[in-house]
Unconditional design. Sequence first.
Length: 253
Amino acid sequence: MDFSPIAPMECAAKIRNAKKMAVLTGAGLSTSAGVPDFRGPRGLYVTRAYDPETVFAIDHFDRDPGPFYAFSRDFLAMLEKISPTPTHRFLARLEADGRDIGIVTQNIDGLHQLAGSRRVYPIHGDYRTAHCRRCGKDCDGDELAARLKASAEVPVCSACGGTIKPDVVFFGENVRNLPEALSLAAASDLMLVLGSSLAVYPAASLPSSAGGEVIVVNRGPVALGPGRGIYLADAGLDEFFAEVEEQLMGGGG
Ligand SMILES: [Zn+2]
């Protein structure tokens, strides 16, 4: 690896000096909360035999939304039982402290918002909103979750009877918030990439749009070419950022 390694103390100093921060988060951020990495060996796909090709394919959904809703019932039930990780909360505190920070996430679990982060761009969507596939009518995510709990039926639109689909980005659909994500990255003088192996586009292309230095904290390999101002810590996120926060508090930052 030709990346410059980085320790929590150095990362804290860069955060303290940053004027505008962009954060990109992936599945590795939420695994310590208990959200399985869908692509990982212990993912829901494997343990519960969900086939991503079927569950998240829009043409399959339009023919038969059953498999997606079977997955979603399990996923939403799991989300009710988990909490944001210390790293989710750390990022929310940076924003609450008045720092200029925005988060682009590949995760559909809504844990950043639950932790209190307000400027969040979920590029793969999430379950907080939903729409009718036929007439486009909005459906609130909480209402949808309540309906999924109350009935085993596929939820249909109250206006036209069409199938309701949460605003989770499927294969074959455009990602969301991409212009916002790109301008956040370009305007940043520090970008953190947390728990993403950068294997999936367009998230993978965001670090190359970064306006300044990039710090990648991830367990395992990352698909990112080495370059000037790119730092890598192969570390557990919660342990790493516990130390970063200690440094920030100690330094009055
Ligand atoms: Zn409708």
